[in-house]
Design a binder for this molecule. Structure first.
Ligand code: SF4
Length: 380
């Protein structure tokens, strides 16, 4: 038992009731979630989250931290939307759209490093319709049948449906036929409408984002979920967001992983209106999501956004995944993160093992590919 947990149980700690609930595997309420956010006892939050993560993993896997050997593919950065926190989307004059040949060249380069996953997302571009993407996917799958395609946020699915006047089911079915293997969790931002209106987020309200993931799960796809912080939200908005996700997971059960994200402000005009999350806030998001999202198998400390050092701490706060090697990350770097553009498998393994855990390379669906730090076993 962690010392901080024992201390809370043996005192009149304000979170004592919540600690007892966690230890007895009782679901936390919305007000419990808010109390957790109100607490400054970071040691206790981290200890509780780590306790839950270990229980969920079981004793055999309690020390495993996952990473994946993957690439990011962002075929277009032009977007018809104008979300105020976005630095990635660009006006037409500064935008790019890759040809299929350009996409293949990038995939070929990454494939030589043994990637198992392509994570593909982009802007909402009328020139990049469903046919553009199904063509890209078919070519990739033809050349690299063993690489898993995790692609398209719910925002992109909604856009394709509007553009072609198709149902979400039809769009997703066509993408699955072209090789879609799973969906990422982006585009959820913060579900709260007041925050979204201030940030001029017109796309994909909560009900639509959740419905699209619901349909995807029913069609057999796994997906992830995110929450973007630093855009004017408060702790009630965060718990409201997590509660939407937990309810959806109860219904459709297809979420693999939750990933808290932090806004970077370079190229935006919102910095003076919002409070930038501190390292303390980021660790709370990791720990509290682990405690509140009791039906999510994995919590990810996305190293590109957190930085390698906070990611290492986060895996002591309930996270069991630090994402991947990420060839060609563009979205967070467009917004000003100073992390490297990618890391090799060896560096991912060092990040994990020097924090006291066992690195486990996984595939997209969390099947274990390789355990331990012997990078020479694989071509990466
Ligand atoms: S966040 Fe997404 S939808 Fe909004 S402007 Fe950026 S790329 Fe477009």
């Amino acid at each position: 038992m962690y010392l901080a947990i024992e201390d809370a149980l043996n005192s009149k700690h304000p979170l004592k009731n919540i600690v007892e609930k966690v230890l007895h595997n009782i679901r936390l309420s919305v007000s419990d979630g808010i109390h957790l956010y109100e607490s400054n006892d970071l040691a206790l939050l981290g200890s509780l989250a780590q306790f839950v993560r270990e229980q969920k993993a079981g004793s055999k896997y309690a020390k495993y931290v996952y990473y994946i050997n993957n690439m990011h593919l962002n075929p277009t950065n032009y977007c018809v939307e104008t979300c105020r926190f976005c630095s990635y989307a660009n006006i037409k004059t500064k935008s790019y759209t890759w040809t299929i040949e350009q996409v293949l060249t990038k995939v070929k380069a990454a494939s030589e490093f043994g990637i198992t996953e392509i994570h593909m997302v982009g802007g909402l571009n009328p020139d990049c319709d469903l046919n553009y993407f199904t063509d890209i996917m078919k070519v990739i799958k033809n050349e690299y049948p063993n690489i898993h395609l995790k692609a398209f946020t719910a925002v992109e699915i909604e856009y394709f449906a509007k553009l072609h006047k198709l149902s979400y089911e039809t769009v997703l079915t066509r993408l699955i036929e072209a090789g879609l293997g799973s969906m990422p969790g982006g585009g959820a931002e913060i579900f709260n409408e007041t925050v979204r209106q201030k940030m001029k987020v017109k796309k994909t309200p909560a009900v639509t984002w959740l419905k699209i993931h619901d349909i995807a799960h029913k069609l057999g796809l796994k997906s992830n979920a995110t929450m973007l912080t630093g855009i004017g939200e408060n702790i009630e908005h965060k718990i409201e967001h997590l509660n939407y996700l937990r309810n959806q997971q109860d219904k459709s059960g297809g979420f693999l992983c939750f990933i808290p994200l932090k806004c970077y402000y370079e190229g935006t005009d919102i910095k003076d209106e919002v409070t930038e999350p501190t390292g303390y806030d980021l660790l709370k998001d990791i720990a509290i999501s682990r405690l509140f999202l009791d039906n999510f198998p994995h919590i990810k400390a996305y190293w590109v956004q957190l930085g390698e050092k906070i990611a290492q701490i986060a895996i002591n706060f309930g996270a069991d995944d630090i994402d991947g090697t990420i060839f060609e990350e563009r979205i967070t770097h467009a917004a000003g993160t100073k992390t490297p553009l990618n890391l090799a498998c060896k560096e991912m393994e060092e990040l994990i093992s020097t924090a006291g855990f066992i690195p486990c390379q996984r595939d997209t669906l969390y099947n274990q590919v390789k355990i331990g730090q012997d990078s020479l076993l694989l071509n990466c």
